[in-house]
Every structure is written in C-alpha cells, then in structure tokens.
Design a protein around this ligand. Structure first.
Ligand SMILES: C[S@@+](CC[C@H](N)C(=O)[O-])C[C@H]1O[C@@H](n2cnc3c(N)ncnc32)[C@H](O)[C@@H]1O
Length: 195
C-alpha cells in the first residue's frame, strides 16, 4: 500500500498536465512546489506561505533545480489565493497542513483560513481536477482542523464532487489525506449546498 507522500505524488502526476495550473497552498520547504514544477512545461505553479523563511528556502530550491520561472512564490496567506490566481481554473491544489517540522510550531494552519482557501480552490477547480489535503491530527490545532475539515467535506455535493479519505486506521493519529475530485460543474450553485 502506498504511503502518504507517494500517494500524493502519483495523484499529482496523473492530474497535472504539462500545460496545467497547480497551487501549493502551504509551500514550507518547497518539496511539493518543486515536484509540481517538474511536471509542468508551459503550465504554472502558485505557491503560498506566511513565513518569509519558507519563501526564501523554496526560491533557493527552485533556482537550484532550474524551475523558478515556472513558479510564483507568494508570501501571503493561502486565503488570499484569488488575488494572485484570479479567475484562472486550476488542475491540482495541495494543502500540507500543520506546522513546518523543526520550525516555529505556533505558525500552524488554522481551520478558518484553510476553509476560506479551500472554498476559493473549489470554485476554480477544473472538472477532473483534484484538491489534496494532508492532515496531521496529532497536535491540538491539527485535531480541531482535521475534525472540522472532515465535517465540511462530508457535506460537499455528491453530484459534483468525489471525496476520498485515505488513512491507515491501525496507527496512532497518523497523517491522512482528504482528496476532493470535481467531476461535474453546476453553474450558480454554492459549493457544499445540497441538490
Ligand atoms: C506542514 S508545513 C508544509 C510543508 C511543505 N509542503 C514542504 O514540502 O516542506 C505547513 C506550512 O503552512 C504554512 N502556513 C500556515 N498558515 C498558512 C496560511 N494561512 N497560508 C499559507 N501558508 C500557511 C506554514 O508556515 C508552514 O510552512
């Protein structure tokens, strides 16, 4: 069985075409950003983080691999993604939630801003596109965020979205994935409202 990271990478590879648009909502050290930048040719990646250090580390990593021109490295909250992505439709989005390991644990993702970003991402998600959230319930805010995201995702309209929970259930509070695939679009319908 695939562990979390290989599962994420395989899904990104399947869903992000060479001309596609990807969003890394939590760039951190830039590993997912770099992976997505390696998948696109004429496409583009938008990467967000609220920490200057994350943007600097990621910029260096992308420069080293010669793919900086494929990425917009953005020092801002992912909840402002609309200011940068505009009305462009996206193929994939990745949230790697929580805090950066070996960094300031108080700078962690919060449900309210994550949810705002998720709403904006779903509005812009192409048919066949996927939003992947890697969730870490092993700390207090992580447990709260995990529960609230799970509650919200369960309400997503089943006629528009497939929502997958990928989790090893015999481990203690392991990170797990919620992935949302859009398979149909409905005009003038608010995300999450029942049909
Ligand atoms: C688990 S780390 C991401 C790890 C990253 N994917 C990597 O490959 O290194 C979570 C990141 O989310 C960032 N973050 C927290 N709140 C945020 C927000 N509102 N908008 C964007 N990034 C945020 C943190 O600064 C942290 O770098």
């Amino acid at each position: 069985m695939k562990d979390i990271r290989p599962w994420v990478q395989e899904t990104l590879r399947e869903r992000l075409p060479k001309e596609g648009i990807g969003v890394d909502f939590t760039m951190g050290n830039g590993n997912d950003t770099l992976y997505m930048a390696g998948l696109v040719e004429s496409g583009h990646i938008y990467a967000f983080d609220v920490q200057k250090q994350a943007c600097e580390t990621t910029t260096q990593l992308l420069e080293k691999h010669g793919v900086l021109d494929k990425v917009s490295v953005i020092l801002d909250s992912h909840s402002n993604m609309d200011k940068y992505v505009g009305d462009q439709m996206i193929d994939v989005g990745v949230f790697n939630l929580g805090y950066l390991p070996r960094s300031d644990k108080s700078i962690t993702t919060q449900y309210e801003t994550t949810k705002e970003a998720l709403d904006k991402a779903l509005e812009r998600l192409k048919i066949g596109g996927v939003i992947i959230m890697v969730i870490y319930p092993g700390h207090d805010e992580g447990a709260r965020e995990a529960q609230l995201l799970y509650d919200f995702c369960k309400t997503l309209d089943r006629h528009i979205y497939n929502v997958l929970l990928y989790q090893f259930i015999n481990k203690n509070n392991p990170p797990h994935i919620i992935a949302i695939e859009k398979y149909k679009t409905v005009i003038n319908k608010r995300v999450g409202s029942p049909v």
